[in-house]
Write a protein that binds this ligand. Structure first.
Ligand SMILES: [Mn+2]
Length: 457
């Protein structure tokens, strides 16, 4: 896995923005925990991945690390707590930055071995003016184990400083979840992040193109998965950012299908919803491909409808519109398509109101994208939809699905599923949205052209 280049200005700017947004709550302390290590089985662990918000604020990726950001209104300080250097452990598990590396490379004002966290927090409490009631922010809700850690650190601090745990500070209700503040920042990508997302998308486009070229009847879904994921690893990705979805035939209608073990036949389609993680940043593409060289006439019709819906929805990924506007645009376009297929009848707005299309389009039209594939930024603010702003990054992914056992639709529709998904960056007013994955063929004509070119080789 590639270590992200350390862009010290970008990370420092994020910490500055966070402190600025909390400026009315001095004095305060932010305790940010990195993700715990999760066991996979006896003496094996899931590959470690840093917590996205922790990484966003620090750039630091090693396990067992904590960041403290504190401010008293006049001064602020940034401290990192990391695993100490340990030649024996490093021989087994790899090199560590150690406090010195954390301070020099990651621009902490100070860095300490992780076991000194409690002492440093106590020290901070001791220096507070008597009677002040500091606010404690932390990301304790991300992982259940963190809350106990936070509680223990603060209870010890309370005991050490006041000798009385009954004072309000140690009460759980005194802690404030920091994630909403970090998520608000993550909603708008800085130029460094857009660059990383472009890189991630480029690799993903290449992987999907590779599958387009190599897919043929007789292959198993897991072989299609291997074609995609090989390109990820070859290009320095950690791997897929979520479980790759390779749904062929009727499996295409199962939204989060992940068994990937069916053999594919001529005349069927394969829905490939796969994304890579490159330097912590995600990409998320869906294409629906013919297993053989061409789509059937009905498959082409479905492809046309979904492609039109995607195009219309991408065009409203502009400043001032909302996520709901995007979803409504895609839904109305799909309803028109379903009417042309005689699956639905009646006025489009009535169908939309009565949600008659839900059966064939049961999901939303996209999600924020960033360090997480479903980037956890807000969609609503004060009860209303968040208006899109330049720097928002989101997916647009309309689809149409007909379950295999749905006897209410004509037989030829049963077991068909089509989804098309691109990753979009919202631009400043007046500028067309940037499609990070727009280089990948999406219409049935373009996809057939790729297949034709490569089957002749
Ligand atoms: Mn997606």
């Amino acid at each position: 896995m590639l270590y992200p280049e350390y862009h010290k200005i970008a990370f420092a700017q994020r910490r500055q923005n966070l402190l600025q947004n909390l400026k009315d709550s001095h004095p305060f302390l932010i305790i940010l925990y990195n993700s715990p290590v999760y066991p996979m089985g006896a003496d094996a662990h899931f590959p470690y991945r840093a917590d996205s918000s922790f990484f966003y604020m620090t750039g630091f990726q090693e396990e067992e690390s904590v960041a403290l950001l504190w401010s008293d209104g006049k001064k602020s300080r940034y401290q990192l707590f990391v695993r100490p250097r340990d030649p024996k452990m490093e021989q087994w598990n790899g090199l560590r930055a150690g406090p010195e590396g954390a301070k020099n490379k990651f621009m902490a004002d100070e860095a300490f071995p992780i076991h000194e966290l409690d002492i440093q927090v106590q020290d901070w409490f001791r220096k507070l003016p008597k009677g002040s009631l500091p606010k404690i922010y932390s990301n304790f809700s991300t992982h259940p184990r963190l809350f106990e850690k936070l509680r223990s650190t603060l209870t010890k601090a309370q005991e050490a400083v006041h000798g009385d745990t009954r004072i309000g500070l140690a009460e759980a209700s005194a802690y404030i979840e920091i994630l909403p503040y970090i998520r608000a920042l993550r909603l708008i990508k800085d130029s460094h992040e857009v660059k990383e997302l472009r890189e991630s998308s480029k690799i993903n486009v290449q992987a999907h193109l590779q599958l387009m070229q190599e897919l043929k009847p007789g292959m198993f879904e897991y072989q299609a998965q291997a074609i995609i994921e090989k390109v990820y690893i070859e290009n320095g990705c950690r791997g897929p950012g979520y479980s790759s979805i390779l749904g062929s035939g009727p499996n295409a209608a199962i939204l989060h299908y992940h068994e990937n073990n069916r053999q594919m036949k001529e005349g069927e389609m394969l829905l490939a919803d796969c994304g890579c993680e490159f330097r912590m940043y995600q990409s998320d593409i869906t294409r629906t491909l013919p297993v053989g060289k061409t789509f059937t006439p009905l498959q082409r019709k479905l492809m046309d409808i979904v492609h039109e819906a995607k195009k219309a929805a991408i065009d409203v990924c502009r400043e001032g519109y909302t996520r709901m506007d995007i979803h409504r645009t895609a839904s109305l376009s799909l309803i028109e398509g379903l009417k042309s297929l005689k699956i639905l009848k009646g006025p489009t707005d009535k169908i939309y109101e009565k949600k008659e299309h839900f059966k064939y389009y049961p999901h939303g039209t996209g999600h924020w994208l960033g360090l997480d594939v479903h980037d956890p930024a807000p969609c609503f603010e004060n009860g209303t939809d968040v208006k899109l702003k330049a720097g928002n990054v989101l997916t647009v992914e309309p689809g149409l699905y007909f379950m295999e056992n749905d006897t209410t639709v004509p037989k030829e529709f049963r077991g068909l599923g089509v989804r098309l998904e691109d990753d979009i960056v919202v631009q400043v007013k007046g500028k067309a949205p940037e499609n990070l994955t727009g280089d990948l063929p999406s219409t049935w004509q373009d996809i057939e052209r790729v297949k034709k070119t490569f089957s002749n080789r």
